[in-house]
Write a protein that binds this ligand. Structure first.
Ligand SMILES: Cc1ncc(COP(=O)(O)O)c(C=O)c1O
Length: 435
């Protein structure tokens, strides 16, 4: 991507006040070798500061499922102004949104709101530890649960650290003592999970799962795996925790627990919940959730919990996803995309694999076979992914680079069949150019 002198000057200015010129480390696009600076966004498009238009296939990592700047947000902002912003004050609207979530998410009987998904998993894990009385967590390679000290361990280890003990810490600064609290399992390997549960049930109180592993190329649970995990949790007295920050409302309103018919004890939901504004939630069984103060004794508070703009945006989002037309659109675009990508993968000169679930999909280079677990994804070629991102953005379609990792991409409900056709053409042309 050739950046104008003005763009380069803005990067220089940014670097003087923001580390790397970015507000989130992954916003430095390794394919471009530069941060992607946007000037505005609407619907399925955004424009960079040079005025280049991109058909967006990141959609804020899944947060803007209704498209950028959906019309419903205009009413939200007007109402927020009318009601006086209501910062750090509860009232009718968080109750209304919690009621809606309890109606659509199978495990939800009580809800607590947080801002980011990382915050949600942090507080939910504290609750799980308090209730189970056991500090260790069983989690899976390839799954992602946020950037904090309790979850950024063992998720994406390099090939030579798969079985490291204590598990691989994904950033300097994470204390080794916390890694000792994490037990790492391979997704979709029920026998291994059973062995770990039996071995550690006296010290591990929680099984934490990203039920659709979007953060490693959209790996789906094998038939029976989630049911098996549910059975193990029941039999051995562990809490089953689905992290649905990403999988919530991607194929059905109730998330992966609805898609696969397995109900956890607790879950976290987020990303698209705020229609582009920061909003996540912890939702779960009443007996568990009522252990939060002031009913129980587990702390969960925050000045910015449930801010009015995000809550009203959440209500607008939930209203939208409760209409049949919304899901007709998502399913029809998903089918079109999935068929097209699979055909392209068959013809591609470069081995690649697309895995689609609802409005998002993963892309793994280096294989044409199903990717069923983290080990399968180790064949992925990071350099090929970065080149793919360069090729597609040069053709006006934006795929986020994720540092070259096999992550996830997706469309919104305002992408059109014509947009999807264009994406397919650009993907095919890009792969040909790389072959
Ligand atoms: C499954 C999952 N959990 C947690 C998070 C962290 O959410 P946030 O980026 O809002 O902190 C993410 C973000 O990608 C996620 O996909």
């Amino acid at each position: 991507m050739t950046l104008s002198a003005e763009y380069l000057a803005l990067i220089e200015r940014g670097r003087k006040v923001l580390p790397g010129g970015v507000c989130s480390s992954t916003r430095f696009n390794q394919g471009w070798g530069a941060p992607v600076y946007a000037s505005r966004a609407k619907g399925s498009r955004f424009w960079d500061v040079d005025g280049r238009e991109f058909l967006d296939m990141s959609m804020s990592h899944g947060a803007t499922l209704l498209g950028h700047a959906p019309d419903c947000l205009r009413e939200v902002f007007d109402k927020v102004w009318e009601l006086g912003v209501l910062c750090s004050l509860d009232g009718q609207y968080p109750i209304e949104l919690a009621e809606q979530i309890c109606e659509i998410v199978p495990c939800a009987e009580r809800v607590r709101f947080t801002g980011s998904g990382s915050e949600a998993t942090l507080h939910a894990l504290r609750l799980c530890r308090a209730v189970s009385g056991r500090d260790k967590i069983i989690r899976f390679r390839g799954h992602f649960h946020g950037y904090h000290e309790f979850t950024f361990i063992g998720g994406h280890p390099p090939a030579d650290q798969l079985d490291a003990q204590p598990p691989y810490r994904e950033s300097p600064g994470i204390p080794i003592s916390l890694a000792e609290l994490i037990i790492v399992a391979e997704y979709n390997d029920f026998d291994a999970l059973e062995r770990l549960v039996k071995q550690h049930k006296h010290e591990a109180g929680t099984i934490l799962i990203e039920p659709v592993d979007y953060n490693c190329g959209a790996i789906l649970p094998e038939p029976g795996f989630l049911e098996g995990a549910r059975g193990l949790a029941d039999e051995h007295g562990l809490i089953l925790f689905f992290d649905e920050i990403q999988s919530f409302a991607k194929k059905s309103p109730g998330g992966a627990q609805q898609d696969f018919g397995v109900t956890p004890d607790i879950c976290t939901i987020g990303k698209s919940l705020g229609a582009g504004l920061p909003l996540s939630a912890i939702a779960g069984k009443a007996e568990l959730m009522n252990c939060f103060k002031p009913v129980g004794d587990v702390a969960h508070s925050g000045t910015f919990n449930a801010p009015l703009p995000s809550i009203l945006a959440g209500l607008a989002f939930v209203r939208t996803i409760r209409t049949p037309q919304f899901w007709q659109t998502i399913h029809s675009l998903s089918t079109q995309l999935s068929r097209g990508l699979n055909d392209i993968a068959d013809r591609s000169p470069i081995a690649c694999r697309f895995q689609v679930h609802g409005s998002r999909f993963g892309l793994t280079f280096g294989t044409r076979e199903p990717v069923k677990c983290y080990r399968d994804s180790l064949c992925h070629r990071r350099e090929t992914m970065l080149e793919f991102c360069r090729q597609t953005t040069a053709r006006g379609v934006y795929f986020h680079d994720y540092g070259g990792g096999p992550c996830h991409h997706g469309f919104s409900s305002v992408h059109t069949p014509t947009d999807i056709d264009r994406v397919l053409q650009v993907v095919e042309d890009s792969l040909k150019a790389m072959g």
